[in-house]
Write a protein that binds this ligand. Structure first.
Ligand SMILES: Cc1cc2nc3c(=O)[nH]c(=O)nc-3n(C[C@H](O)[C@H](O)[C@H](O)COP(=O)(O)O)c2cc1C
Length: 210
């Protein structure tokens, strides 16, 4: 395929569009949209978010060292876009959408009840990069809604239509997965079992670890 040079943009995608909840020094909750997020380590479980200094959320995270990543779904589309276009300085986004909150378990930051998966995070380091600072954080607690666990105990995110963000547009991951991790190298007889195991969060399977 012939490729043209395309300057000046980070063309990595799709990425999850997540809603990150934070609190300020007085306990007031804010929420903002983050596209620049990623997995950094399996053990300890670590993630990154890249945040501009001018965000209210930046001040909050710097003050408390904590935040919660809330995965988003297609039913949360409007909320996800709005929270990425309006600052907490001008509107109380929690009130605006009447968002229900669940208290944090390992952090003093609540999660969004409407979100199917909440990752409670504690900041381990902050790196100044340029436009954004990179927060490297440890996930100290995972919370998963029973809506995304099927009757076999399988992690089934397709049923909620997770939101992805790619070059300025939102997409819904509502289709069934194409295949499970390792299917290309698995023996025929174990392919099905591997597919099931891949989505079972509980059992430790070192072959599946990245
Ligand atoms: C899809 C999307 C992704 C975004 N990703 C980021 C991001 O990764 N980092 C960031 O600092 N701002 C990002 N933003 C912009 C902030 O969410 C936005 O400026 C927000 O209003 C900041 O809110 P706050 O001032 O209440 O913290 C994104 C916005 C959208 C719509």
């Amino acid at each position: 395929m012939a490729k043209e040079l395309f300057k000046g943009a980070v063309l990595l995608g799709p990425l999850p569009a997540v809603l990150v909840t934070t609190v300020d020094g007085s306990g007031k909750v804010n929420v903002f949209t983050v596209g620049w997020t990623g997995v950094a380590c399996t053990r300890p479980p670590m993630v990154t978010i890249a945040v501009r200094k001018e965000r209210v959320s930046y001040e909050n995270i710097q003050a408390t060292g904590e935040f919660v990543i809330n995965l988003t779904t297609s039913e949360m589309l409007k909320m996800t876009d709005f929270c990425g276009c309006r600052s907490g300085r001008v509107v109380d986004k929690i009130k605006h959408f009447g968002m229900e909150l669940d208290p944090g378990s390992e952090v003093n930051v609540p999660s969004l009840s409407v979100s199917p998966v909440a990752l409670e995070c504690k900041v381990r380091s902050v790196t100044e990069l340029g436009t954004h600072d990179l927060f490297l954080a440890e996930i100290v607690c995972n919370k998963v809604d029973s809506r995304v666990i099927d009757k076999n105990g399988k992690f089934d995110l397709a049923r909620v239509g997770l939101l992805a963000y790619c070059h300025g547009e939102y997409f819904s991951l509502s289709r069934r997965p194409l295949a499970g991790f390792g299917h290309s190298v698995a023996k025929k007889s174990t392919r099905r079992a591997l597919h099931v195991k891949r989505f079972q969060g509980k059992k430790k399977n070192s072959k599946n670890e990245k």
